[in-house]
Design a protein around this ligand. Structure first.
Ligand SMILES: [Ca+2]
Ligand SMILES: [Ca+2]
Ligand SMILES: [Ca+2]
Length: 470
């Protein structure tokens, strides 16, 4: 009983401490900086990864799609692992040393690291190269630009156990059907949009170049070697290759961004959200579900269209519960949104879920950026960073001066439109700060999630939350 009482007391004290914390407060004095070689685009993509084996390590994975690997000069693109406990500002390249990877010919200029993402602590990592070229038997199209992604284990290795580590959307099955139309799957360019599905069993990979750049999203099992495991599914149905099942026009780029949720349309059911930033002339976002009838199909449940012409609505998407009502909300970046004769440039549209219904009728809350700042190019769920119970987001505006990242707090009404904090690089040599973001993971064990910000000038920044007590 005494022990129990002690715990209760501790909790009360702890709660009081939390209540007394000053509002949003990422530490801008003690920022961790990691640097790559010049011109490698180190920071094009970033992902926190908490490794549990062989030992517990807090890492930031950084894609440098134009880097050359020291030992593999014919490979373009390196994914680096940065140990956040290390004092060095340099990071270690991840070795893709399996035979399948090294013997493939199209790895030169493939841009490995255009996307890197982690499934969560102790789980898998996915790294993609959207410009990977596959050789083709057709004399009309000697090479096809399919792209490829690799699954890595928690220890950042391509495993030796039986499993498919290489994941390709526009595979032989697609390319052999391509004869009907050369351009159907020749330039799939998979991997700019890729994520682990929130059902924790599947991978989601976008290939925006499929079907004359209408684009597709593919869902496949992480563990796919069981005899009875479900086969991959795709928009357009892999059994039919019927692009008419995707209600978007050519050149929409569906799959450019991908996220998912388990409480978007129905509680406990996976819904995939994918941006098509050129869809419908302004940009669109499609909601996808596993088709209950066609077992190789992802059906398009609804399409949200962006306002304004060519706003690139859907360039990035983030699913999170902002108002803590148990239903996930949606933040959509539209970095090229503008209002004529105004100082507005770039927007993020916040759709607050109305219990899974009437998504098309929701009037989104608009967050605006400064003129020509590309505000909304990156939108990230950063977790409940001030621990007030409401989810929070970060928005990158890489052309806002040398780049800025705006942090917004969720609230009972949805979101507070006034930024809670604005981050800038504070280094003259850095530009395009805010091009990539990763958050929603506590990397220094103070119970508050931290935030990584990438740039296109070979620097990444790790901001940590400092707890100030009044
Ligand atoms: Ca909500
Ligand atoms: Ca919050
Ligand atoms: Ca922390």
């Amino acid at each position: 009983m005494a022990k129990h009482w002690c715990m209760v007391t501790l909790w009360i004290v702890y709660d009081l401490l939390v209540l007394n914390v000053v509002a949003f407060n990422l530490d801008t004095q003690n920022v961790l900086l990691k640097q790559g070689d010049p011109g490698t685009l180190f920071g094009f993509s970033v992902a926190f990864h908490q490794q549990l084996s062989p030992a517990r390590r807090n890492l930031l994975l950084v894609g440098a799609p134009r880097a050359k690997h020291q030992n593999q000069v014919n490979v373009t693109g390196v994914v680096y692992s940065c140990d956040l406990n290390s004092t060095s500002d340099r990071c270690q390249p991840i070795e893709f040393n399996n035979k399948e990877f090294l013997t493939s010919k199209g790895i030169n200029n493939q841009w490995m690291g255009v996307k890197v993402t982690s499934q969560g602590p102790g789980k898998n990592v996915l790294a993609c190269a959207h410009r990977y070229q596959e050789g083709s038997s057709s004399r009309y199209v000697p090479h096809v630009l399919t792209g490829q992604c690799y699954l890595l284990r928690d220890d950042l290795r391509v495993g030796e156990e039986e499993r498919r580590w290489r994941r390709v959307v526009c595979d032989f099955e697609h390319l052999s059907r391509r004869q009907k139309d050369h351009e159907w799957f020749a330039y799939c360019q998979q991997g700019h949009g890729a994520s682990f599905a929130k059902d924790n069993t599947s991978l989601l990979i976008g290939a925006p170049g499929a079907y004359q750049w209408k684009g597709i999203v593919r869902m496949e099992r992480l563990d796919d070697l069981d005899f009875d495991s479900e086969e991959p599914r795709e928009t357009g149905d892999i059994e039919q290759f019927n692009h008419k099942l995707i209600p978007l026009q050519r050149n929409s780029y569906l799959g450019f961004s991908v996220d998912s949720g388990m409480a978007l349309l129905k509680q406990g059911e996976l819904t995939i959200v994918s941006g098509a930033p050129r869809g419908g002339y302004s940009g669109q976002v499609a909601f996808l579900k596993t088709d209950p009838v066609a077992r190789r199909n992802l059906s398009v449940e609804l399409v949200l269209s962006g306002p304004g012409l060519a706003s690139s609505f859907g360039y990035d998407v983030a699913v999170l519960d902002l108002n803590n009502d148990g239903w996930e909300d949606l933040a959509v970046g539209a970095p090229e949104f503008f209002v004529k004769d105004s100082m507005i440039g770039g927007a993020v549209f916040i759709f607050i879920n109305t219990k899974g219904k009437h998504w098309e009728k929701i009037v989104p809350i608009e967050l605006h950026g400064n003129k020509e700042s590309m505000f909304g190019l990156a939108v990230e769920n950063i977790g409940d960073i001030n621990r007030d119970g409401y989810g929070d987001i970060a928005v990158g505006a890489p052309y806002d001066d040398s780049g800025r990242v705006y942090l917004y707090c969720g609230s009972p009404e949805g979101i507070n439109r006034k930024p809670a904090q604005i981050l800038s690089p504070g280094l003259k040599t850095v530009n395009l700060f805010g091009y990539s973001l990763s958050g929603n993971l506590d990397m220094d064990n103070n119970q508050y999630p931290d935030l990584a910000v990438g740039s296109l000038s070979d620097h990444v920044f790790i901001f940590r939350y400092i707890v100030n007590i009044l």
